[in-house]
Design a binder for this molecule. Structure first.
Ligand SMILES: Nc1nc2c(c(=O)[nH]1)N[C@H]1C(S)=C(S)[C@@H](COP(=O)(O)OP(=O)(O)OC[C@H]3O[C@@H](n4cnc5c(=O)[nH]c(N)nc54)[C@H](O)[C@@H]3O)O[C@H]1N2
Ligand SMILES: Nc1nc2c(c(=O)[nH]1)N[C@H]1C(S)=C(S)[C@@H](COP(=O)(O)OP(=O)(O)OC[C@H]3O[C@@H](n4cnc5c(=O)[nH]c(N)nc54)[C@H](O)[C@@H]3O)O[C@H]1N2
Ligand SMILES: [Mo]
Length: 764
């Protein structure tokens, strides 16, 4: 068991060779095969993949939140989805012998790759301080420990219940019910680091926290504007939509400091004939490279150009739409006119001519969709930027009709469903009232803690019990040493997980690892196979059914684990926890009464493609104070780096899933065997006397003036605007101070660290 993956450990020679092949295609096929071999899943992997994202039955791909093909495409798959599923289905196991052989102090020295690479967790384990080992514990004793510790707290607010966006809707509902019945809204989730800004902006502008378009709209639109998404790696099935859009003549504008693989051409993942004949399709028609944080100025520039265009072409603005459905246009118009082109060019880092070209594409399109991901949200002014995007859409009435609207790309496969089903540290009163009435509980009204708030509260000693439903909090959260110290101060840390990870080793005084079924696995309760539901990026709710024998007979489902903890923590509870777990239809019956849009849930979720949640803004119903879509009028922020400093964005490589690293390669960016790198503009390197592959130290300066340094990273010259740099999460979370979060969304500023880079001192 002690073997480490030699290939990974071998410190193979790092390589950087710009990649010129289309996205997906044979490179993807080769990479998948290598991965299946390593996980020893050559037989089961492909079999499972055939059952993924199927219209009837099958499980939902846990890889991302991109919607399933509406035409029931039989191989709606991608390289990274396959890797992600295979990762869960590996034959390797972490059993009690493993934990007996390795004390925690030893495991703490292992790489994150090696920890997860040991395979699936098989039974509940408790940390034993005397021996510094995790030792087996029965489920009953584990639940009793959680229950006892929670009951002994002075206040329910001394506990926090984290959700990573994997959790199915039914488990989500039970989880928030447990927390609120216990008495706290401390429900931090991965959205707090991801799309919190999108939710708040869309809520303020349109009265809904979600995008309004679906895949059919993508199929009908004339122009797509894609901001801050690395689609080929992180939402690869979007490549299909992009290629189809290109073939029917739609314009596709990519806005990203990096020219990512999806902005050029692709071989659609399921089109094997094209793979054989090597005929890529283009997936982009125009690339704009703003500086990091420059999107808001760029979008403002496009809006200004639309107004200028209107002088010669009155149809450039949809005056009727603006008058009937929106508020605040006059102010916004005045603001655009008052914003000079100089300022727009300087703040966006893009020249006027290029912005005008993008604006022309926008004006010539009858229907436009704007799509975005973390490149837009993980900034101080993420909310303002998303609102600016909505402003631009409203000007031409790109809302509430086919082929048009805002389309955020969500991250985790059910992160959107988590919010819909109650994971929200700032729940609204109407929801709480229904929850109280239907479930006969008295939920707390005070807002709870989000991710950053939870870390700070643990650090102060105000939160003493941390429960993580999935995820890898220790690495995903900012300021790694600070977050680790915070977790270590807890009385009890509980992680419901499928694989061993860093968060299990950065534990509280007492600690539990509770292993659960994965989404690919059969979940039998009282002899009958259960299904759980998920919601994708475009608000489709549908069922997911596992098809594989569980990794171990001792695993419990997430609903069962939540119910076990709840019964132990809430001895007087009237909630029928046991009955819920026996048959998830019963959970859905309760959800149907509490959640907006879930009427008749059990029947509708069994329709062939599930059902789409109603989107009031799509029907031009705006739950805003004015009852209209509201233009915003925020000033442009100053995002130009101070001389000598760079703006650094952290991001994912191609071969990683958040904190899970599959390999040290980043194929589309031409990187092999290297993660400790920083992508820089060649001129910025020259200014600093840094050459390709030189060792550099990266130092970030936080708002409070404190500094953090990563040493001996390799500098890579890259096609990125001057003043900008990029590198990989989660390693670079060391640079992100806990106090550096957006005042608009409370999101950590993971895409906008202020850093200096200099050559490392020679070793020795
Ligand atoms: N295979 C795989 N799939 C995933 C994930 C994964 O880790 N692996 N993670 C999932 C999750 S949870 C999420 S949230 C999504 C994340 O999906 P992405 O948002 O694509 O994630 P990142 O890798 O952080 O990439 C952000 C992109 O934003 C760009 N960017 C950085 N700064 C700026 C900026 O200021 N402006 C603009 N316009 N662009 C900028 C970067 O160049 C990069 O292309 O993917 C989901 N899908
Ligand atoms: N610097 C920086 N930091 C970031 C980001 C960034 O762009 N830059 N992105 C942020 C974003 S967008 C996100 S979403 C977060 C991600 O944060 P998290 O969601 O907390 O992290 P993951 O890496 O997705 O979690 C991986 C772990 O989930 C567990 N797991 C996998 N499948 C299951 C399952 O089915 N059930 C359960 N219970 N557990 C399971 C496994 O044990 C695995 O080790 O990271 C954030 N952190
Ligand atoms: Mo995310």
């Amino acid at each position: 068991m002690d073997e480490r993956d030699g290939k990974h450990q071998d410190a193979a020679q790092p390589e950087f060779r710009p990649y010129h092949h289309p996205a997906a295609g044979w490179g993807a096929a080769k990479s998948v095969t290598e991965f299946l071999v390593r996980e020893r899943e050559l037989v089961n992997g492909p079999r499972a993949i055939m059952k993924m994202n199927h219209e009837n039955g099958g499980f939902d791909c846990p890889g991302c939140a991109w919607p399933d093909d509406t035409k029931g495409l039989h191989l709606d798959i991608c390289e990274n989805g396959i890797k992600h599923v295979t990762w869960e289905m590996t034959r390797k196991r972490v059993d009690r012998e493993f934990f007996a052989a390795h004390p925690v102090a030893e495991l703490a020295e292992w790489s994150d790759f090696d920890l997860e690479d040991q395979g699936r967790l098989t039974e509940p384990m408790r940390y034993d301080p005397a021996s510094d080992h995790y030792v087996p514990i029965s489920w009953a004793e584990a639940f009793a420990l959680v229950g006892r510790t929670l009951q002994e707290l002075d206040s329910p607010d001394q506990a926090a219940f984290y959700t990573s966006g994997r959790l199915g809707n039914e488990a989500t509902f039970l989880y928030q019910l447990m927390a609120r019945e216990f008495g706290t809204n401390n429900l931090p989730d991965c959205s707090n680091m991801c799309h919190e800004a999108s939710g708040r902006a869309l809520q303020a502008s349109l009265g809904t926290g979600k995008g309004t378009v679906d895949l059919k709209d993508w199929e009908m639109t004339d122009a797509l504007f894609i901001l801050g998404v690395n689609a080929a790696s992180n939402a690869p099935r979007m490549l299909t939509a992009l290629a189809e859009a290109y073939r029917r003549g739609a314009q596709i504008v990519h806005i990203n400091p990096l020219v990512e693989a999806a902005s050029t051409r692709t071989i659609i993942p399921h089109e094997f004939a094209r793979m054989a004949t090597f005929r890529p399709t283009r997936t982009g028609t125009l690339n704009l490279q703003p500086r990091i944080g420059g999107d808001m100025a760029l979008v403002r520039g496009m809006a200004k150009a639309v107004l200028e265009e209107q002088k010669s072409d009155p149809k450039a603005l949809d005056v009727e739409f603006i008058e009937r459905h929106t508020a605040g246009f006059a102010e916004y118009r005045a603001l655009c006119e008052a914003t000079s082109w100089d300022e727009i060019e300087r703040q966006s880092g893009v020249g006027r001519a290029e912005i005008l070209t993008a604006a022309r594409v926008y004006c010539e399109a009858d229907r436009s969709i704007v799509s975005w991901c973390l490149g837009v949200t993980q900034h101080e002014h993420g909310v303002d930027t998303v609102r600016e995007i909505v402003n631009l859409l409203l000007m031409r009435g790109n809302l509430g009709r086919e082929g048009a609207g805002p389309s955020p790309v969500r991250g985790h496969s059910n992160v959107q469903g988590n919010r819909t089903c109650g994971i929200d540290h700032r729940p609204d009163e109407a929801f709480l009232q229904r929850l109280a009435g239907v479930c006969d509980i008295d939920p707390p009204r005070a807002h709870g803690l989000d991710t950053v708030g939870t870390v700070e509260a643990m650090h102060r000693g105000d939160v003493k019990v941390f429960v993580g439903m999935g995820g890898n909090f220790a690495l995903a959260a900012p300021d790694t040493p600070y977050t680790s110290a915070a977790l270590r101060k807890c009385l009890l840390t509980v992680h419901v997980s499928t694989k061993l990870n860093r968060s299990h080793l950065v534990h509280g005084r007492q600690a539990l690892i509770l292993p659960c079924l994965g989404r690919t696995e059969k979940d039998h309760q009282r002899g009958s196979l259960q299904a759980t539901s998920v919601e994708d990026s475009m608000s489709m709710v549908h069922l997911s059914v596992g098809m594989k024998r569980p990794a171990s007979p001792h695993l419990l489902s997430e609903p069962a684990i939540i119910a076990g903890m709840a019964r132990a923590a809430l001895p007087g509870s009237n909630t029928p926890w046991e009955k819920y777990v026996e048959d998830y239809d019963r959970i859905r019956d309760t959800m149907a009464q509490v959640l907006d849009g879930f009427e008749d849930f059990n029947r509708r979720v069994r329709l062939p493609l599930g059902f789409r949640l109603r989107q009031p803004a799509r029907e031009l119903v705006f739950r805003t104070p004015s009852g209209r879509a509201e233009f915003s009028t925020a000033a442009l922020p100053d995002v130009v780096p101070v001389a000598g400093t760079l703006a650094l964005g952290t991001m994912r490589s191609h071969d990683q899933w958040n904190t899970t690293i599959y390999s040290d390669n980043d194929r589309y960016r031409g990187i092999k065997n290297l993660r400790t790198l920083v992508f820089m503009n060649a001129d910025d390197m020259r200014d600093r006397g840094i050459r390709r592959f030189d060792d550099v130290d990266i130092t970030s300066t936080a708002r409070d003036g404190s500094t953090r340094t990563l040493r001996r990273y390799k500098a890579i010259p890259y096609d990125i605007p001057r003043g900008c740099a990029a590198g990989y999460m989660p390693e670079m979370n060391v640079l992100c101070a806990i106090g550096d979060y957006s005042t608009q969304s409370d999101q950590p500023l993971m895409k906008h660290l202020k850093v200096t880079v200099e050559a490392s001192q020679p070793a020795g």
